[in-house]
Design a protein around this ligand. Structure first.
Ligand code: ZN
Length: 244
């Protein structure tokens, strides 16, 4: 069976729709949190995701703050301004749905679990090999899918940790049948920060045991125009064009 892996959509409807348009071969989605925050389409994105057949979903830190489950004071001024705007924009129904999203980690099958940040802490950032070692030690499955950093890549864990960035080599097939342990970030759909502005995602084939990391260009200018029209911080529009 094939699954679409989505993380960090961040209210970017253009990016989400580009991913949904380019990949059709999946039957259910794995959603790794941060559906809202930063972008100008929180309700449209939540509505779209609610219509997908979902195999597993966990919440992200922006979902928590937008719905009042976590305090806003952990956010920097730009993120704070955006999440306060988001909290006001969300419909009561979408806010309740977001607030009810489960906390990771979530076991998916015998090979895989999903989380937003790391298995031991949903808000932990796995940026480098040391972070990956710490996160990997808390994983309950050989393959852990995570998001949160908005950087697409693979950490293979053995005696040492090796990290690889994948964005320049997509579509990048990662064969996980024989791994001992790995953490994979399929990247951010709606706000990539690895220097590649294309929307990032993954397609998981549980029969072949291959996770393919992908990127797709989307209509950045429309997403930027909506951010500016909503009076959200200008930097949130600018960063989409450079993927930072
Ligand atoms: Zn995020």
């Amino acid at each position: 069976m094939r699954f679409l892996v989505l993380s960090d959509v961040h209210a970017n409807l253009e990016a989400l729709d580009a991913v949904l348009a380019v990949e059709h071969s999946w039957s259910q989605a794995l959603v790794l949190g941060d559906l809202v925050g930063y972008g100008a389409d929180p309700n449209a994105v939540v509505n779209r995701v609610r219509q997908l057949p979902i195999a597993a979903i966990v919440r992200g830190n922006h979902d928590k703050v937008a719905t009042g489950l976590a305090p806003v004071d952990t956010f920097n001024p730009v993120a704070r301004q955006a999440i306060l705007w988001t909290a006001r924009a969300l419909t009561a129904d979408n806010r309740a749905w977001l607030a009810a999203l489960p906390q990771g980690p979530m076991p998916f099958d015998t090979d895989i679990e999903v989380c937003h940040g790391a298995p031991f802490d949903e808000d932990f950032y796995v940026f480098d090999e040391l972070d990956a070692q710490r996160a990997g030690a808390s994983a309950s499955r050989p393959l852990c899918l995570l998001g949160h950093t908005h950087v697409q890549g693979i950490f293979r864990l053995g005696q040492y940790v090796s990290a690889e960035r994948t964005s320049a080599r997509v579509p990048y097939p990662f064969h996980y049948a024989t791994i001992s342990r790995a953490l994979v970030n399929c990247g951010a759909v709606g706000q990539p920060r690895d220097g590649d502005p294309r929307a990032a995602y993954g397609v998981l084939d549980t029969d072949a045991k291959v996770l393919t990391l992908g990127r797709v260009a989307y209509d950045v200018e429309s997403a930027q125009a909506k951010i500016l029209a909503a009076d959200l911080p200008v930097s949130l529009a600018q960063r989409l064009a450079i993927g930072r």
